[in-house]
Design a protein around this ligand. Structure first.
Ligand code: FES
Ligand SMILES: [Fe+2]
Length: 383
């Protein structure tokens, strides 16, 4: 799992006037809206004596801890300590702050930047160019898998599994002439993508058959943005397209929350939403039963512990990117974290941008794997 990327934390419409606890990257966060409705994300652990802020309430522009009533503003600063008495409520010491993370609401989702990079250096939020444009309609759903998010993304980037995992759009391995064609791959700083033509049987669902009822080639492709987000383009015909955007948020290394925004430019009436959602869920289930049983749960640390083929090329490129981000010192050292927390007397926080500005913090910063450049300020070890 990596710091310094954007993670979808919750649907915007699910965050109302009560604080909400969300677990991401093996840590707890509290989301809340201030008096203006602006969403904030803070580390959930109260720095006084460790209560969960999400169990408290929103008061004005702050979240109030349920234990002794300390309040924290959207910037993480402690705004009120009731035990200090009238006239002194606002006299929190310098360390009186919790980590506060940048938040952007986009595409109906609350995206939280979990890391300490300054704004100019942050990776992008995965874009949905069709969102809100004429001629396109979204449907949304979310689900949780008991799997590692990197395995999930690799499954999405894998053109060879469709034939066998998805009888809905493959031939279930029954053809003698089956082969995966060479994909045309392009890439940029934050990910790679490919488009490919697949042979696909006529669709069985009568509604889907309205848009595609022949068994010629279907064009489809996938790309990833960062370690945890991906999109799949399904071009059912040259003009009838479905573009799926999948925001994957690791709850921890073995559990993933998945938010899907599915855009379509065909069959736009609202009643079709239900058909699309049902189909998307059925396809996701076909993947889930395979992915949740992969061994090891995480991808092996060396590639020779699997036997990769040319059809796995995208997976190799994705792993190259992960290695690149690990070399920057952005990968959480989960083994060190697990042993440091095993006794139950330590808690860590994902570093926020404020840690670049203020040096003294109550919670320890999460241990990160050593990057290639030992001088980078992003490198931290658990003390
Ligand atoms: S633990 Fe939060 S106010 Fe005491
Ligand atoms: Fe799949």
């Amino acid at each position: 799992m990596f710091i310094n990327f954007w993670y979808a934390a919750e649907w915007s419409h699910n965050l109302t006037d009560t604080p909400k606890r969300v677990r991401m990257l093996g840590h707890d966060f509290v989301l809340f809206r201030d008096s203006q409705g602006k969403a904030h994300a803070l580390s959930d652990t109260c720095i006084h004596r460790g209560a969960s802020l999400a169990g408290g309430q929103v008061r004005g522009d702050s979240v109030q801890c349920p234990y002794h009533g300390w309040r924290f503003g959207g910037d993480g600063r402690c705004t009120r300590i009731p035990s200090l008495g009238p006239g002194n409520y606002d006299k929190a010491p310098a360390r009186g702050r919790v980590d506060s993370y940048p938040v952007e609401e986009r595409y109906g989702l609350i995206h939280v930047f979990l890391g300490d990079l300054p704004e100019a250096e942050r990776p992008p939020i995965m874009a949905i160019p069709e969102y809100g444009t004429a001629g396109w309609r979204p449907t949304t759903m979310d689900y949780a898998w008991e799997s590692n998010y990197e395995r999930n993304i690799e499954n999405g980037l894998d053109p060879a599994h469709n034939e066998f995992v998805h009888p809905t759009h493959g031939y279930a391995g029954e053809r003698d002439d089956y082969a995966v064609k060479e994909p045309a791959i392009t890439g940029d700083d934050w990910g790679a993508r490919f488009m490919l033509t697949f042979q696909s049987p006529p669709l069985k669902n009568p509604v889907m058959r309205m848009i595609r009822n022949y068994d010629g080639d279907l064009e489809a492709g996938t790309g990833h943005v960062g370690p945890n987000n991906m999109y799949t383009y399904i071009h059912l015909t040259p003009t009838r397209w479905i573009h799926q955007y999948i925001f994957e948020t690791p709850i921890d290394e073995q559990h993933t929350k998945i938010f899907l925004v599915c855009m379509r430019n065909t069959l736009l009436p609202k009643w079709v939403d239900k058909v699309i959602n049902k189909r998307n869920l059925a396809i996701a289930e076909q993947d889930r039963v395979v992915i949740e049983r992969l061994k090891p749960v995480k991808t092996p640390p060396v590639r020779t512990r699997e036997l990769l083929m040319p059809a796995d090329r995208m997976i190799g490129l994705y792993r190259d990117k992960l290695d690149e981000w690990e070399a920057k010192g952005w990968r959480i050292d989960t083994a060190t974290l697990a042993s440091a927390t095993a006794a139950g007397d330590r808690v860590f926080a994902i570093p926020s941008p404020g840690r670049r500005e203020h040096k003294a913090w109550v919670l320890e910063s999460v241990p990160l794997k050593a990057g290639a450049d030992a001088d980078t300020p992003r490198l931290r070890a658990a003390s």
